[in-house]
Design a protein around this ligand. Structure first.
Ligand SMILES: [Zn+2]
Length: 155
């Protein structure tokens, strides 16, 4: 499939998902022009705040390919990824992001993730979300065990 065809499928999914009780977002993960997996936004339909189209597609693609590393794959998403999905895309090692609607388009219809981008740019103490450090001296033991583990799978 061409890039246009792959994006057109992501857009088709985004529109179909509205009728299925989800948000207007769809994503396609492809490798060498072949669809590996698709995802749609199921946040309200499944009461899962992390069920964005891109995250859903990443979960499926990783299952299909049997790996947590999706390098060699590209993602076609009907809207520019939010910070959570962008982070997931980095973690998945996806090669490239193609997007159609922009985050400003999403903001215009009430899906405003720009505040998260703004928050991320602030120092920890300046954010709206309170975050308090605690019990590092106990938690660090897991990191020490991990660092010493010989047979771990790096990712
Ligand atoms: Zn997202």
């Amino acid at each position: 499939m061409t890039n246009d065809q792959l994006m057109r499928e992501a857009i088709r999914l985004s529109r179909e998902n509205i009728a299925n009780g989800g948000g207007p977002f769809g994503a396609v993960i492809a490798r060498d022009g072949e669809i590996i997996a698709t995802g749609v936004n199921r946040v309200t339909a499944e009461n899962d705040p992390t069920a964005h189209a891109e995250v859903s597609a990443i979960r499926r693609a990783a299952q299909v390919l049997g790996t947590f590393n999706l390098s060699g794959c590209e993602i076609f998403t009907s809207c520019e990824p939010c910070p959570m999905c962008l982070g997931a895309i980095y973690w998945a090692h996806i090669d490239k992001v193609y997007y159609a609607n922009t985050k400003d388009d999403a903001k215009a219809i009430g899906f405003d993730d720009s505040f998260i981008y703004d928050e991320l740019a602030l120092p920890r103490d300046g954010r709206k979300l309170p975050a308090e450090a605690m019990m590092r001296n106990e938690a660090i033991k897991a990191f020490e065990e991990w660092a010493a583990k010989e047979d771990k799978t790096e990712y």
